[in-house]
Design a protein around this ligand. Structure first.
Ligand code: G3I
Length: 347
């Protein structure tokens, strides 16, 4: 074989294997069926690590900023907006043909001190809410598929809205309605979601979230969907309660997205534990990819190198589908296999 032929064959092998790898990515499996699979993005890792960028762009067709869009980061001082890190995520997504979810416009956490400690009348707090949502949503108008407009507004005991929230205390219960109305006025094409945790199955909190979104709809407030965060422990399984809850939300005409999936294990993460974890991933994907109300599933990060879990849950971690060296874990394989299988079962 001449040198030129050898080179041509080598080039063909490289391009064929690249094609096979691409065809086997999570995003290719999802996109073939009009579904979205995504991950939360750490804007610092995105800027610094090429492996991070390669994996993110190869595997996912939707992403969300893990922290970059939050109030304290994007609006750090009165009248001052810092869009750089969030813009970098949107630009990356555009170059890779990915959609973007915006997280989050209104939350009681990650508010800067000037907001938390400021003294605001109700009217001033409404003006702040309006200015913040208007500025942020118009900056990204046309670039954000879906906004988590309001995050974690419901109390954990399911008694109703979280009364300790800055927004509840300054404005009252109607801050939720206002937030959705303002976001819709500014970008009528963006899908607007209510996002929460611990409200996926049955129980008082799930009922309270359901009542909240049903109330929004009854009052004519523009809401398109509900985000199920799904920060769960290894061994987790979808039950009839999850199915019933998804069905009643879908019956309202609302969409669903798994917005922040991770499955934490007790460290050290042995092969046995990662196999158990993979079955939880499989079960969740099997459910949401087959359910017609779900548009997307996003994990909260994608590599164990960058995950909030070890910082917040002592002794737990390894919660994501790639390990800290960007190697595919059993969870990744379970996700991919199950995505293909479940999407084929979609009506
Ligand atoms: O950016 C600072 C850095 O300058 C400083 O040196 C460092 C020291 O601790 O802190 C850094 O900020 C941290 C930030 O994450 C970025 O890493 C904050 O302390 C830390 O509180 C913050 O945690 C985030 C958390 O929300 C805040 O409650 C997590 O990364 C983020 O994953 C987590 O995400 C939330 C969703 O928004 C809503 N649902 C639950 C989910 C998990 O808590």
């Amino acid at each position: 074989m001449s040198r030129a032929v050898r080179a041509a064959v080598a080039a063909l092998v490289v391009s064929l294997s690249a094609h096979v790898a691409a065809a086997n990515s999570l995003r290719d499996v999802a996109a073939a069926r009009g579904f979205f699979v995504g991950a939360a993005v750490d804007s610092t890792a995105l800027a610094k690590e090429s492996k991070y960028r390669t994996t993110l762009g190869r595997e996912f067709n939707v992403c969300v900023g893990e922290n970059a869009f939050k109030f304290e980061n994007i609006h750090p001082a009165p009248g001052m907006y810092a869009f750089g890190p969030a813009d970098s995520i949107v630009t990356f997504a555009e170059t890779k043909g990915m959609r973007v979810r915006g997280h989050t416009l209104v939350w009681y956490q990650q508010l800067p001190a000037w907001v938390r400690n400021g003294s605001f009348t109700r009217d001033e707090a409404i003006a702040l809410l309006r200015e913040h949502i208007t500025t942020v949503v118009s900056h990204f108008r046309g670039k954000i598929w879906a906004w988590d407009v309001v995050n974690e507004a419901v109390a954990d005991d399911g008694s109703g809205l979280r009364t300790t929230s800055f927004w509840y205390q300054k404005i009252g219960a109607d801050y939720v309605d206002l937030a959705f109305q303002i976001a819709h006025e500014v970008d009528p094409d963006a899908k607007l979601y209510y996002n929460d945790y611990g409200a996926e199955g049955d129980g008082a909190k799930s009922d309270a979230v359901f009542e909240l979104v049903r109330g929004l709809q009854q009052r004519g407030v523009p809401i398109d969907g509900v985000g199920w965060q799904m920060h769960v422990r290894s061994g987790f399984r979808i039950t009839d309660a999850h199915r019933a809850n998804a069905d009643r939300i879908a019956a309202l005409g609302l969409r669903l997205t798994v917005t922040e999936l991770d499955v934490r294990v007790v460290l050290p993460a042995t092969a046995e534990k990662l196999a158990v974890q993979a079955e939880s991933y499989r079960d969740i994907i099997a459910f949401c990819a087959a359910h017609p109300a779900f548009d997307a599933v996003l994990t909260w990060g994608f590599t164990d190198k960058h995950s909030w879990i070890p910082r917040f849950f002592k002794g737990e971690g390894a919660a994501l589908p790639f390990d800290a060296k960007y190697k595919r874990k059993p969870a990744y394989k379970a996700m991919k296999t199950e995505l293909a299988r479940a999407l084929n079962r979609r009506p």
